[in-house]
Each structure stands twice: as structure tokens, then as C-alpha cells.
Design a protein around this ligand. Structure first.
Ligand code: GTP
Ligand code: MG
Length: 333
């Protein structure tokens, strides 16, 4: 053991010795590796720690059934108006966000690496639902390769950063990692029509734990650093703050519209706006009809429209009329 290690290293080492769970041991080892000064005298010790770390990671994976023959927990069927995936380092609050935003049961832990498998929930937003998925931390080697597959099938990334734990550094580090995996994180400028959707991901930055003192200063710094490229949202999962605003940003990032379809038999006064069809921005009356039923689009003659895409309420429109969010369309066959 080199004698010139800083005191924080000894503290982490003590935590490693006292650790009662594999997760806590892994977290302490990761800390030790981070703290260790970089010089030749520490190379050997570093190699030892790394090998211990990878052994613990694979123990953890076996213990949680990661390599078992049961249904692959990382392959979740898609649901709702789009899949948004919470990603980030450990302990930033991803699971608490999922649980408060969707009511889904997922483990929240004050210790590192509490989530070992993704957990989906349904996030209600203005008459529709998004599928929100909680994930294990992106830097957990034991689950990384399977997490990667799940990320490819996501429509939007919500990167969660912890305002009380070097958020700028955390965010840059994780973004570097995601880039190494081949993802292109896009904020406000993505053109999902022409880009490869498997790797080009609209990304929102959710700055969590804003309820803790001094977090607001950190939020301002995060905004300065990232807001020219990404939406940066302030939140406290603990106090349920910022989750509604998050919904608006998700909706925008998905580039979708909600269209309410109405049968000519229903009176407008009795018509209740609910269960809209969800379509990509730029969709037409024919495409809305198609969503309701494929035959409906074929037999569609014209539509009657109430909403922002019309010139006036009750306007008669053709099948190629482009609709906007919130429109009501009556389909005539
Ligand atoms: N004060 C405060 N604490 C929070 C907030 N969000 C999460 N926490 C706490 O932070 C700890 C970690 O929360 P988790 O939701 O388990 O974090 P995670 O990102 O899912 O962690 P992993 O599953 O290890 O990746 C828990 O003790 C939470 O109660 C918040 O907004 N404010
Ligand atoms: Mg978690």
C-alpha cells in the first residue's frame, strides 16, 4: 500500500471494509479508484482494485439473475405515445422520479447501484401516456451491454443529474460515455426525419434534488453550460417539483400531435375530448383516420374540423389537410 494516499482514500477503504452489500462494496471501490493519485507507485494497486471490482460486478450480475435463462428484463414492450428513458449515474434520483411521475414500483435507495433492471411506468400527460423507463446507472459495467440495447429503442433520453454532486462534471462524463457507445445526443436541433433514430436521441437534462440548499446555484451553472444545446429543467423528485414541466418537454421532443376524432353522429356539444390518436407532426386527416381504423382511411371522403389548423370552426377539409395538436376531426365516409 503506498503511504502517500490522501485521507479520503482511507475513508473509502474503511467504507469498503464495512460494506454489507455487494453494491456498497462496488461503490466504495469505485471511489477508491477515483481518489487514488496517478503515479507509477499506484499502478499495481489500481490493477488489483479493478480486478476486484470486475469480480464483484459479475457476482452481482449472477446474484440478480442477469445472465439467467428467464425473460430478458431489458427487453420491454413499447407502450403509449413514446418511450422516454431515464438515464444517468447512480444515486441521482432516477427511480424516485419514475415512481413519483408514474406510480410504478421501483426501488429507491440512499446507496449506490440500487437499480439493477429497467422498470417501466406510464406517465399521464394531457390525455395521453408516455412510457417512462427507469434504468440502472449507465456506468454500471455489469448491466451496460444490455442497457445499450434498451437505449437504442428509446425515443427520448432524460438525463438526470444530481445538483448536489458536481453536476457539470457528471453530465460531461456521462455524455462522453454515451458518445463512445455511438449515441448522438441532440437537444433542440434534432431533425428526426432524416437522422437514424436508433442512435440520434433527443435529450433533456433534468437537474434533480433542487430542494437541497445551494442546489439552485448549481442549477444556474448547469443552465449556462448546457441550455444553448439542451432543454435544462429544474426538479425535485422528493418534493414533486418540475415533473409537469418535464411532460411538456417530452411532448415537444417526441414531435407528436394529439388529434381527437369524432363521429358525425356525436353532437359537438356532447363531445368530450379524450383518448386522442397520437400522430407525428405533419400528419394529415387521412393518417388520423387510418389510426382509428385502416378501412376508415380508405373510405374517407372528407373531414369537418375544429381547431388551430382550420380557418374557422366546422371547416370542411380534404384527406390531405395537415392537422395540428388538439384538433377535433369529424370523419365522413
Ligand atoms: N433531497 C432529495 N433527495 C432525493 C431526490 N431525488 C432522489 N433523492 C434521494 O436520492 C437517493 C437516490 O435516489 P434513487 O432514486 O434511488 O437514485 P437512482 O438514480 O435511481 O440510483 P441508482 O438506481 O443507483 O442508479 C435516495 O435516497 C432518494 O431519496 C430529490 O429530489 N431531493
Ligand atoms: Mg434507481
Amino acid at each position: 500500500m503506498p503511504t502517500n494516499v490522501p485521507p479520503q482514500y482511507r475513508e473509502a477503504e474503511q467504507r469498503f471494509r464495512d460494506a454489507e452489500t455487494v453494491q456498497a462494496k462496488i461503490a466504495a471501490l469505485q471511489e477508491m479508484l477515483q481518489i487514488m493519485p496517478k503515479h507509477k507507485g499506484t499502478d499495481h494497486l489500481k490493477a488489483q482494485l479493478r480486478s476486484r471490482l470486475s469480480k464483484l460486478m459479475s457476482d452481482l450480475e449472477t446474484a440478480t439473475g442477469g445472465k439467467g435463462g428467464r425473460t430478458e428484463p431489458f427487453s420491454i414492450p413499447k407502450d403509449g405515445a413514446g418511450r422516454v428513458t431515464l438515464i444517468g449515474p447512480t444515486n441521482v434520483g432516477k427511480s424516485l422520479i419514475l415512481s413519483n411521475a408514474t406510480g410504478a414500483k421501483t426501488k429507491v435507495g440512499a446507496y449506490a447501484l440500487s437499480t439493477q433492471e429497467p422498470v417501466p411506468g406510464m406517465y399521464p400527460f394531457n390525455d395521453i401516456y408516455f412510457q417512462m423507463v427507469d434504468t440502472p446507472p449507465i456506468n454500471n459495467i455489469a448491466t451496460q451491454s444490455r442497457l445499450y440495447g434498451l437505449l437504442r429503442t428509446s425515443d427520448v433520453f432524460i438525463f438526470v443529474s444530481d445538483l448536489t454532486n458536481n453536476p457539470i462534471e457528471q453530465t460531461h462524463q456521462s455524455f462522453r460515455e454515451l458518445k463512445e457507445w455511438g449515441f448522438k445526443l441532440a437537444g433542440k436541433t434534432i431533425n428526426t426525419d432524416i437522422e437514424d433514430r436508433q442512435v440520434h436521441k433527443p435529450t433533456l437534462i433534468l437537474c434533480n434534488k433542487a430542494d437541497i440548499p445551494d442546489a439552485l446555484d448549481q442549477y444556474e451553472i448547469m443552465e449556462q453550460e448546457f441550455s444553448s444545446t439542451f432543454p435544462v429543467i429544474m426538479a425535485s423528485a422528493e418534493e414533486n417539483v418540475g415533473l409537469d414541466e418535464l411532460g411538456h418537454h417530452i411532448f415537444e421532443a417526441l414531435k407528436i400531435i394529439r388529434v381527437y376524432t369524432k363521429s358525425p353522429r356525436e353532437k359537438l356539444n356532447d363531445f368530450e375530448k379524450k383518448e386522442p390518436v397520437v400522430l407525428p407532426i405533419g400528419s394529415t386527416v387521412a393518417e388520423a383516420a387510418q389510426q382509428v381504423h385502416k378501412d376508415l382511411s380508405r373510405s374517407l371522403k372528407y373531414g369537418v374540423l375544429w381547431g388551430e389548423s382550420g380557418k374557422f370552426d366546422g371547416q370542411r377539409v380534404g384527406r390531405n389537410h395537415v392537422m395540428t395538436d388538439g384538433d377535433i376531426i369529424e370523419i365522413h365516409i
